[in-house]
Ligand binder design. Structure first.
Ligand code: C5P
Length: 220
């Protein structure tokens, strides 16, 4: 299977709650298929970092949107991974996973104007090259027409334990509550998505299920 099938780029949408393992799985699937891996969460995180570094209150939607319209995003690629620069600053992993970003990102991502802008960036980027993109609304909003939609889940206990093992301060229950209850593009299982509960599965097993469904959609 090639990244571009005929004229249409191959788009694989992977959604799920925080720490469900979707990012690890998406990265592996992308490497297997020769596609670029994109974490859409990194784009929301990059903007949340910009908001906090400019000392804007993440819950002040008017001030956040005022900053948004003055901010440019540049999405690129390095060694098969999507990259993002915001306001001319290339983001590093340390910045994107900083505790203040974890605390601010869901409030920033709930603002409709922020979503509209980043969804447009995500569509343009994906349609240019073909991607495995993971997030909360990739199959439901960003690429609703792709036949390759997945929802990776895990129990709250397993997800909390995974974050603890990474040594990252992150209130995932709070983020999940905001992400699932917001009115703009809440986290949902997209129509037609294959749901995989990763609580009891190894990464290899989840990757194998996703790849099998991409290669043989009829056998789902
Ligand atoms: O995937 P990750 O946990 O890094 O995402 C960080 C936050 O970005 C999420 O908690 C959510 O608030 C937001 N997000 C979103 N839509 C996406 C991806 C992430 O709202 N497609």
């Amino acid at each position: 299977m090639q990244p571009m099938e005929g004229k249409d780029p191959l788009i694989i949408a992977i959604d799920g709650p925080a720490a469900s393992g979707k990012s690890t799985v998406a990265r592996r699937v992308a490497a297997e298929l020769g596609l670029v891996f994109v974490s859409s969460g990194e784009m929301y995180r990059a903007f949340a970092w910009w908001v906090t570094s400019k000392r804007v209150d993440p819950s002040d939607a008017v001030a956040v949107v005022d900053l948004l319209v003055r901010t440019d995003f540049v999405c690129g690629e390095k060694e098969g991974l999507g990259t993002v620069a915001v306001g001319g600053v290339p983001m590093t992993r340390a910045e994107l996973s900083a505790p203040e970003v974890n605390a601010a990102v869901s409030a920033v991502a709930a603002i409709p104007e922020v979503r509209e802008r980043l969804v447009a960036e995500q569509r343009r980027y994906g349609l240019e090259r073909g991607v495995v993109m993971e997030g909360r609304d990739i199959g439901s909003v960003v690429f609703p027409d792709t036949p390759h939609k997945f929802y990776i889940d895990a129990s709250p206990e397993v997800r909390e334990a995974r974050r603890r093992a990474e040594g990252i301060a992150d209130s995932i229950a709070k983020r999940d509550r905001i992400d699932s209850s917001r009115s703009a593009s809440p986290l949902v299982v997209p129509d037609g998505a294959l749901v995989v509960d990763s609580s009891e599965l190894s990464v290899d097993e989840v990757v194998a299920r996703v790849l099998a469904a991409v290669r043989e959609p009829a056998r789902r």
